[in-house]
Every structure is written in C-alpha cells, then in structure tokens.
Design a protein around this ligand. Sequence first.
Ligand code: PMP
Length: 403
Amino acid sequence: MLDIESIRNEYPILSREVCGRPLIYLDSAATSQTPRCVVERINEMYFTKKANVHRGVHQLSQEATEMQENTREKVRAFLNAAEKEEIIFTRGTTEAINLVASSYGERLCNGDEIILTVMEHHSNIVPWQLLQKSKRIRIKVVKINENGELNLDLYRNLFTENTRFVSLAHVSNVLGTVNPVKEMIAIAHSHGVPVLIDGAQSAPHLKIDVRDLDADFFVCSAHKMYGPTGVGVLYGKRRLLEAMPPYQGGGEMIGHVTFEKTTFAELPFKFEAGTPDFVGIAAFSEAIDYINRIGIDNIAEWEHHLLRRATDGLTQIPGMRIFGTAAEKSGVISFLVGNIHHYDMGMLLDKLGVAVRTGHHCAQPLMQHFGIEGTVRASFGVYNTEAEIDAFVAAVDRVAKMF
Ligand code: PMP
C-alpha cells in the first residue's frame, strides 16, 4: 500500500480550496499535478544552471547539455528503447504525431491507406487529415463494441495491399480502454506495416516496453506524467527515423549549411530544430525519477483500486450511463446521468470542489459513435484518495437528485 498522505504533501495545490471547498482534482488525464521535486528542479535550472545546450564551450552550457543528454538516457530506459538516439524531444504528444505524419507521411502516395481507430484523440486524426491536402490517402477506422473495446476482426479485415501505416491510442482518454497494442502491432507487422502508439494516456499509468511491444513509434507528454508542460517524447526505431526527412529546419538540426546545400545532423538532433525546452527536459528527468521511486506498478494498482471504487459508487446512481466498460481499463471514467447535460454536471461539481472534465475530450468521432455531444470525465492520479472518490460519488449523486 502506498502512503498517499505523504505523496499528497508533495503537491501544495492539492491543499487549496475551490469555491470554498477542499479541491478534489479528478482531471489528471488532461494534465497531472506536479510534485515539489519537479518544480524545484525548474527553479534550480533558472536560478543556477540556465545555459543553452549544445552551443557553448563554457561550463554552464556543457552542464546543461550533459543534463539534457542524461535525460534522454533516462527516457530510453523508461521506455526500454534500444538506443538513446531513438528518443526525440518534442513539445508533446501532439507535436510528436505531427512530426511522424508530416515526415513519414512524405513517402505516402495517392491511393495509400492508413488505419486509425474510432477512439483516437484529435491529435491522432487531424495530422493525418492534413496529409490529405496534398495526397489522396484513405483513412480507415477500427470500430468498437458496446464495452468500448476495439473489434480486432474488423481491424484484421481493414488491411489491404495498400495499407501503409497504423496509428492508435494505447489507452483511450475517454473510455479508459487499454488496447491490445502488442497483438495489433504483430498483426500490422505481418502485413509489413509500421505502427505508431499514442502513449499520452498509457505512459503515466502503465509499464511501457517499446521493444516488447515492437512499436515502431511511441509518443507521450511529460505534463501528464507528473512532469512539466511543453515537453514530450517521440520514440522511433532508428531504421525508420534515419530514413525520414527532417520535420522542421533551424539550428541544432544541421550538419553544414551553405546557401546552395544543407546537410543534416545525425539522430536525434535531425529532428530537434531550435533551442529545446531544456529547463522542461531537466524537470522531466525529475518526474521520471519520481515515477520510478513510487513504482509504475504501484501507481497502476492504486489507480485501479480507485477506478473500481468510483465505478461501484457511480453505478448505484439511478440513470447512470458509463461509457467504456472494457475488461482492461485504466483510471478514467466517462459518464452521463439521465438527461443532465455534461456541462451542467461539471459546473455543479465544480461548486462542490470537484474538478472533472466535460465535453467531447478532443474525441468528437467517438462522441458521434455514441450519438452524444459529450460526457463528464473523472480521471485519477497517484495522489487521489478513497475519501476523494467517495466525496466525488456523493457529489454526483447530489447533483443528480437536484434535477
Ligand atoms: N492523445 C491522447 C490519447 C491524449 O489524451 C492527449 C491529451 N489529452 C493527446 C494525445 C495530446 O496530448 P498533448 O496535448 O499533451 O500534446
């Protein structure tokens, strides 16, 4: 059992009040809160260590560079990638997917097909649609069953000789479904098709092993992993990254520049144009240490416990409809009660101190699938308590009775 009280002490924000009541923060899927050690690292960087990376011979710059490259190694180990050159720092999941769609996408041709799923976040749909401006590629979509699980037979049948890429969420940010990505990657590989895994909702909650999964690309965001905003990761297999053209041009990513011709840097710098968020990267290093200290399996187990407790409580409420009841589920619960608009429920819960997400959660195609406009979504982090879950369930019940 984790000592949740001492974990909570590391998060000053969790002791604040909202609308005169103690905050119950149930929006970690949007962004997690940040422990003191991560924030202190940001302060330390600005107060005593700030210098641009890869540029100066002076000691500060060398220290900053070393720190960034140590973080790259830490991320490599966290994801169990083979080499640290396969780890590219980005602004977040969204930028990482745009990078792959844009750069890998250059090799796609008219008539090529890619496979997505109906539960994708907009950031794993729109970058692929942008490609359609210049190329007539076709997007095929895997549907779900009534529990919010992907239909694998349908997935298998979507492959044709024109399929060139698969991009899918590891964990749905709306349904919480943990997709069988290892199996899905193996199916794609049997057709010679590479796969990108959107790990925005899995990296904070599940043990990730990109080599065991055999993922070709894996992306995630630090701000959902107890880390800072503005930093994300693209993991890609070296063979694929080397064959891809740069995504953005600028400093850091070049070998040699003349007005006639420019050569590009080796991995990973080829994909890291401009000054990176090296302060954020240093803080991300601290966040990974933090997760490792608690243990990702312990985090997963605690969140699972909270999920079960919340699900048991909510299902007692008359008119409750939970979206996503997959056998394999992570700490996210989306719901509607009777005819109560998700927005009204969210506003009233806020008045009771409970911060939940309302709306389409950047997954409008999934909302269309269910024939709804939005849901209320509660999502959990390692710092949430049983008492908070009970207070949340009681608050939902109270709002439901008001209507
Ligand atoms: N994919 C999924 C599944 C997400 O939940 C999110 C964040 N809500 C994203 C992608 C986008 O992440 P970011 O905004 O950090 O780029």
